[in-house]
Design a protein around this ligand. Structure first.
Ligand code: ZN
Length: 376
C-alpha cells in the first residue's frame, strides 16, 4: 500500500519577503539575527526565504540622520547577500541629499525608499516629501509607504461611518491613508508606490486599499503596488478574503469591461518580521502558517484554483523580483537618468543594477478585533 506524505506533494516555494525591519520599536531592538531565523534555513514547510528587503525603523522615525542610520543598519548585515534594503527616509527633518549620497556610496544594496508617515509624524501630502519623490521618479525607484485605515473594532471592524452611512472622514488616518498615497502617486507616475499592509487595519481597511489599486489601474493615473504584511493574518478559518479578492480584482475577474490584462503583479508577499509575533519563540511557525494559509486560500478559490501554483509563485516571488530586482526597469532607469541627470544619478542606478546579482545568481471574523500586537 502506498501512502502519500503530503509534505512531499507540497510545492516548495522560494520566497522574497519585501517587508522586514531592523532598529528600535517600542523598547525592543530588532537585529539581523532575528531575521536570520527565517532566512538562513528552510522554513518548517520547506519553503526558503531567498531574500528579505529590510528597512531601519530609527531612520524613518527621524531619530538619526538618514545617511548615518541607513549606513549603520546596512553594515550590521556584513554584506550578507540574502538581504536587500530600502533606504529609510525622514522628510520631516532630513534631506534627500542624504539618501542620494547613501545610494551612491553603497551601490547594489538599496533597492528602494521607505516612508512611514505616521512614525515620521508628517502627512504624505506635505511638500517636504517632494524632493524625495522627484528623486525617485527620475530614477524609477520604488517607494514603500506604511499605510493604515482605522476601523471600528467595537462595531464589527468596519470603517467608521456617519449615521447617514457615509464615511466619517474625520476618523480616517491623516498620515497614511491609501487615498492620500494615491493622490501623491498621481504626480510621480514613474516611481512605483507600494502601499505596505494594503491599507493596514482590519476588514474594510483593506477594501479601501483594494479600491484604490483597482481605480488606479482603470484610470491609468498612478503606478501603485501593495504588500500583504498582516493582511487577513488572524482571519477566521484561515481564510484570506482580502488577499484573494485583491488578486481576483487585479486580474479583472468579476469586473465587466476589464481591458487591463493581468495586473496582479502589483501584489507582493511581506510580513513585517521580526515585529510583534515574528520575534517570539513561535516566530517560524507563525511565519509558515501565514504563508501556508495564503497558499491554501488561493488553491481553494474556485476562480484561482486552476492557476494556483503560478499565482502563488508570482505573489511570493516573481512580483517582488520584477519590481525590486528587474533588469528591464533598471535599463529604463539608466536611460532615463542618463538623458535627464547625467552621471550622478547614473551611479545610483548602477547601484540598483548591482543588487540584481543578489537575486540573479489577513472569510474574516467580522466581530474579531485585530490583534493587540504593535505592528509597524
Ligand atoms: Zn513595517
Amino acid at each position: 500500500m502506498i501512502t502519500f506524505n503530503t509534505c512531499q506533494l507540497s510545492f516548495k516555494a522560494k520566497l522574497i519577503d519585501v517587508h522586514a525591519h531592523v532598529g528600535k520599536h517600542e523598547n525592543v531592538t530588532y537585529t539581523k539575527d532575528m531575521l536570520d531565523v527565517f532566512v538562513k534555513q528552510p522554513l518548517p514547510n520547506n519553503d526558503t526565504v531567498e531574500m528579505m528587503i529590510v528597512s531601519d525603523t530609527d531612520t524613518f522615525k527621524g531619530l538619526v540622520n538618514e545617511y548615518d542610520g541607513n549606513k549603520k543598519a546596512l553594515q550590521s548585515f556584513n554584506n550578507d547577500k540574502s538581504y536587500a534594503f530600502l533606504a529609510s527616509c525622514s522628510p520631516k527633518n532630513g534631506n534627500v541629499q542624504n539618501i542620494q549620497k547613501l545610494m551612491n556610496e553603497f551601490q547594489g544594496n538599496f533597492v528602494g525608499l521607505k516612508f512611514h508617515p505616521n512614525d515620521n509624524n508628517l502627512p504624505v501630502s506635505d511638500p517636504k516629501y517632494e524632493p524625495y519623490f522627484e528623486f525617485a521618479n527620475r530614477n524609477k525607484i520604488p517607494c514603500m509607504f506604511h499605510t493604515q485605515v482605522p476601523v471600528d473594532n467595537a462595531n464589527g471592524g468596519i470603517l467608521f461611518r456617519l449615521p447617514d452611512g457615509s464615511l466619517d472622514m474625520s476618523k480616517l488616518d491623516q498620515f497614511s491613508d491609501p487615498e492620500a498615497i494615491y493622490s501623491v502617486a498621481k504626480k510621480y507616475k514613474d516611481a512605483p508606490f507600494v502601499m505596505a499592509h494594503m491599507g493596514g487595519g482590519w476588514n474594510e481597511s483593506h477594501d479601501r486599499a483594494i479600491d484604490v489599486l483597482v481605480e488606479s489601474v482603470k484610470k491609468g493615473d498612478a503606478n501603485l503596488y501593495a504588500d500583504i504584511s498582516w493582511v487577513d493574518i488572524d482571519a477566521q478559518n484561515s481564510a484570506k478574503d482580502h488577499i484573494v479578492k485583491a488578486i481576483k480584482k487585479l486580474k479583472g475577474i468579476g469586473e465587466t469591461d476589464w481591458t487591463h490584462g493581468d495586473q496582479s503583479f502589483r501584489l507582493m508577499f511581506g510580513t513585517d518580521a521580526p515585529i510583534a509575533r515574528f520575534k517570539t519563540d513561535s516566530a517560524r511557525a507563525d511565519y509558515v502558517k501565514f504563508v501556508d494559509d495564503i497558499k491554501n486560500a488561493i488553491r481553494n478559490d474556485s476562480d484561482l484554483a486552476k492557476n494556483a501554483e503560478k499565482i502563488i509563485e508570482d505573489l511570493f516571488y516573481n512580483n517582488a523580483k520584477k519590481l525590486f530586482f528587474s533588469i528591464k526597469s533598471v535599463t529604463e532607469a539608466a536611460q532615463n537618468s542618463a538623458s535627464k541627470s547625467g552621471g550622478k544619478t547614473g551611479k545610483i542606478v548602477a547601484g540598483i543594477i548591482g543588487a540584481i546579482g543578489i537575486i540573479g545568481g489577513g472569510m474574516y471574523l467580522s466581530n474579531k478585533k485585530n490583534s493587540a500586537e504593535s505592528k509597524l
